[in-house]
Ligand binder design. Sequence first.
Ligand SMILES: Nc1ncnc2c1ncn2[C@@H]1O[C@H](COP(=O)(O)OP(=O)(O)OP(=O)(O)O)[C@@H](O)[C@H]1O
Ligand SMILES: O=C(O)[C@@H](O)C(=O)CO
Length: 425
Amino acid sequence: MILGVIADDFTGATDVASMLVRAGMRTVQVLGVPQGPLPEADAVVVALKTRTIAPEAAVEQSLAALAALRAAGARQIYFKYCSTFDSTPRGNIGPVTDALMRALDTDLTIACPAFPENGRTVFKGHLFVGDALLSDSGMRQHPLTPMTDANLVRVLQAQTAQRVGLLRHDAVAMGADAARERLKGLQAEGVRIAIADAVDNDDLLTLGEACADLPLITAGSGVALGLPPAYARRGWLQPDAQAAALPPVRGASAVVSGSCSQATNAQVAHWLQAGGAAVQVDPLALHQGTDTAQMLLSKAKQALNDGPVLVYATAAPDRVGAVQQALGVQAAGELVEQALAHVARGLVDAGVRRLVVAGGETSGAVVQALDVTQLRIGPSICPGVPWTGARTAQGGDELLLALKSGNFGGPDFFREALAMTEVAA
Ligand SMILES: Nc1ncnc2c1ncn2[C@@H]1O[C@H](COP(=O)(O)OP(=O)(O)OP(=O)(O)O)[C@@H](O)[C@H]1O
Ligand SMILES: O=C(O)[C@@H](O)C(=O)CO
C-alpha cells in the first residue's frame, strides 16, 4: 500500500477514493475502523463517521485507523475532511491532525480543503465556495458545523495549540520546488500546519508533488489528484488505466435520498418533473404511524415493476425546519434515516443491484443496513461521486452503490448515474 486515507465521513471517503482511482491508483474503501487485515490495493480509504462526534472519540477512532494502515505498510497518510472545512472550535480537524502528527512523529503538514472542480478554492488562506467566501455561503447556517469565518488560518488555529501558517499562492504558482522550499521556510519559522492555497487543478498537482514525501497530508479530496503522478515519478506506482473498472452488474435500479442540500433538492425536483416514479417519505406520518417503513417499501417495490424508483425524504429548508421543530433535529434525522435504510434493504432483497444514495448520514445508515464492509471504487459519475462495487458481510452477488455527497452533482445526476450502468443491465 502506498497511501492510507482516514476520512471523516462516508461520502467524503468515496469522494477522495474517486480522485485516486481517476489517476490510476487501485483503491478500496473499508467502512469503519478496520477489524481485520486490510485488502491489497495501492490505496486504502478508511471511512469513519467522526466529523461531528466528540473530539476524543474522533481522535481515538482515527488513531485506530492509522494503526491498521501503518500495519499494512502505508507509506503516506492522508486525513480527508470536507471541502467546506466542516468543523467547530472544538474540532475535529485540529485535534485529529494533532494526534496523527504526534503518532507519526512529524512536525509539518499541510491543510487544504480546495476542490476547484466543485467550486472550492483557497486563496490567501481564505476558502471560497463558488464566488462567495465560505462565511457567505450556505455553510453559514449549517446546523452542526456553522462556518462563519472563511479565514482558515484563524479557523484552524482555534482548534490546535500547534502554530498554523500559510503557504501562499505565489509560492504554489512557482511550482513544486518553490512550494517545498517555502514549506521548509515556514517549518523553520515554527509553523507546524500550513494552510495551502490552491485555486485550480495545476495547483493541486503542484501540491501533490511538493507534499508526496510528507508523512501526513490533511486535505479535502482535491489534493489527492496530485499524489498518484507524484508517486509514479518516484517509481512507487504504476498507474493502472483499468483502476476504475467494475464488473457489469445486472438487475433493477433505484435511488434513495435523505439529503436536504440544495443540490439534492434540485435533483429530486428534476426527477419528478421528468415523470420518474417516486415514493415520498413524510417524517410526520412516520412519527404518527400513519405511514410505516414497510408501507413505503411496498410502494417502492410496486413502482419498481415499471423501472427505476426514487424514494425520497428530501425537502426544502422550511419543511425540514418544521419537522425538526415538531420532532427534534436528531430524532427527525434518525427516523428518516432508519426508514430509508429499511427501504434500501428491502429493495436490494427484492433484486435491486444498482443503487444511488444521496446524503452522507443517509449513506451511513444505508450501508449499515446492507451490511456493506468494503467498496471497490469505480468510474466517476461527476467530480467527487464514483460508482462503487459493494462487498457485504454475507458475500453474494455484487451490488453497485453510488454514495452522493449532499452538495455534489448537477440537476440530472440520478439519471446520469443510472444511465452509466445501463449497458450492463
Ligand atoms: N424531510 C425531512 N425532515 C427532517 N429531516 C430530514 C428530512 N429528510 C431528511 N432528513 C434528515 O436530514 C439529514 C440529511 O443529512 P445527510 O447527511 O443524509 O445529507 P446531506 O447533509 O445533504 O449530505 P452530506 O453530509 O453528504 O453533505 C439526515 O439525517 C436525514 O434523515
Ligand atoms: O469534501 C467534500 O465536500 C465531500 O467529500 C464531503 O466530505 C461531504 O460530506
